[in-house]
Design a protein. Structure first.
Length: 449
């Protein structure tokens, strides 16, 4: 059987084809299943159209071969634009930051069981491997049984993988909620996965905070990121519900020091001094959990702190340039530290105001501690008073939040000049396990196994 035929008969992810057919009440359409009306794969459309994606000979071969979730994936990175899904660490952490974000925090439904959760995590993993490889889920968007809803919602058809990464995290409430050990996981909760303390100035909205699980979807195309979250939510229906979600744009932190540093909504370069995704020594020191640190299932993983930080944009926009620069301790145009000429010149912290953000946050002021910042800007319309609901969706990865985000934020919340212009309105903490190493393994296997 050739690969193209094979995909037409593939079994949908997590769905037994016979039960799907039996349970559906949808009327049959004129086109018989597998009649060839089905879509070209996302990758095939791009590949054959030659739409700006650099495909080598190997890549073109895999265009035709790997189109549906259950098709064998091509060798990692064989096709331009794909970030390998399988690996020692989850992608989406040290990966060069993409342009767009769709972040979703999920609550597990009251009637879900450990078994249904495991089943969903297995299905999620297969779907995630497919989508990050630019393939459709299950039998695809338009070539499954006519009587059944398509396995894939279809809005990413014809789009490349767009460097999509999907990163999963487990929140404190997965392990224990309101004193109840719902899934027999309490003993496996890492000590580092604390309930974050309240920080000075916090004005947290519970509806935008916490969550049992999270998925961070990053891609260069917002439609690809949204498609990924939508489809995972669809697969999880009945087992999980989205508690809150956040769209983001204009990455505010770079993990690629050679690239031009992006600017945040305050107009300042953001990410100048960050942990580079290629700096394996710093990643090992500050980001990846080492063997023996907490439960085995977190080795090679990382802790994620997410904070929705609202900016008082209108007040900021009336603030003089010099005052804006004093707040960060860097110039607005070049991004140079005070007293220096160029953005990447080593800062002289004493040349910056004592309460400036960079002076307070720099490792030299914090016993060398560093976090990997991976945040995005957001604008969620206006707030009813005519003010932009905009700011920074701050995402930071670290080896142990108790020794990184918590002391850093305590310091910033206490004295940062920036506080006059920002407010933390959402907060969450997740344990992101190590990567899925090969097909057949699944998200959370080491935790649930
Ligand atoms: C809306 C809120 C925030 C804004 C607008 C903001 C903006 C910036 C800017 C413009 C820089 C200088 C450029 C750079 O090195 O990246 C910076 C640096 C930094 N920020 Fe923030 N930041 C915010 C919140 C936070 C929070 C909550 C933390 C951690 C708790 C944090 C930690 C850092 C660190 C560690 C640096 C690098 C300092 C250095 O090593 O020189 N920031 N931030």
């Amino acid at each position: 059987m050739d690969a193209e035929n094979e995909q037409q008969t593939g079994t949908p992810a997590g769905t037994d084809a016979s039960t799907t057919a039996a349970s559906t009440t949808a009327a049959a359409t004129d086109a018989p299943a597998g009649s060839g009306r089905g879509p070209l794969s996302r990758r095939a459309v791009i590949g054959w159209a030659g739409a700006g994606v650099a495909l080598g000979a190997a890549g073109v071969g895999s265009v035709a071969a790997a189109t549906r979730q259950d098709d064998p994936a091509p060798a990692p990175a064989a096709v331009g634009g794909d970030i390998p899904f399988y690996g020692e660490h989850q992608s989406g952490i040290a990966t060069p930051v993409q342009d767009r974000l769709h972040f979703a925090s999920f609550d597990i439904s009251a009637n879900a069981t450990r078994e249904s959760l495991v089943k969903m995590l297995k299905e999620w993993t297969k779907a995630a491997a497919a989508m990050t490889g630019g393939r459709e889920i299950g039998t695809g968007a338009a070539s499954g049984l006519p009587e059944a809803p398509p396995d894939d919602t279809g809005e990413a058809l014809g789009l490349p993988a767009s460097r999509l990464t999907l990163t999963i995290g487990f929140g404190p409430t997965l392990f224990e909620k309101d004193g109840v050990d719902r899934f027999g996981l309490k003993a496996k909760r890492p000590e580092a996965l604390i309930d974050l303390p309240k920080f000075k100035g916090d004005n947290l909205d519970p509806a935008r905070s916490g969550g049992d699980l999270c998925i961070q979807a990053c891609a260069d195309d917002p439609q690809v990121a949204v498609h990924a979250i939508r489809n995972l939510a669809r697969i999880g229906m009945g087992t999980v519900n989205i508690r809150w979600s956040q769209l983001g744009f204009g990455k505010t932190s770079s993990t690629t020091p050679d690239a031009q540093t992006p600017r945040n909504m305050m107009g300042f370069k953001d990410g100048t001094h960050n942990i580079a995704g290629t700096d394996t020594a710093k990643l090992a020191e500050h980001v990846w959990v080492a063997p023996g640190e907490g439960p085995e299932w977190m080795t090679g993983g990382s802790y994620l702190v997410a904070r929705r930080i609202r900016m008082h944009i209108e007040t900021w926009d009336r603030t003089p340039l010099k005052e804006q620069e004093d707040i960060f301790g860097r110039t607005k145009g070049e991004g140079a530290p005070y007293g220096k000429q160029k953005e990447h010149d080593a800062p002289d912290l004493k040349a910056m105001p004592e309460d400036s953000h960079v002076r307070l946050a720099h490792p030299d002021s914090n016993n060398g501690l560093m976090i990997l910042r991976r945040g995005f800007s957001f604008t969620d319309g206006t707030d009813g008073l005519g003010r932009l609901d905009a700011g920074l969706f701050f995402l930071a990865y670290q080896r142990d939040s108790r020794k990184a985000f918590v002391p850093l934020q305590q310091r910033l919340a206490g004295s940062d000049a920036l506080n006059e212009y920002i407010q933390h309105v959402g907060s969450a903490h997740f344990a992101c396990p190590a990567g899925v190493r090969k097909p057949g393994e699944w998200w959370g296997q080491a935790l649930f196994g």
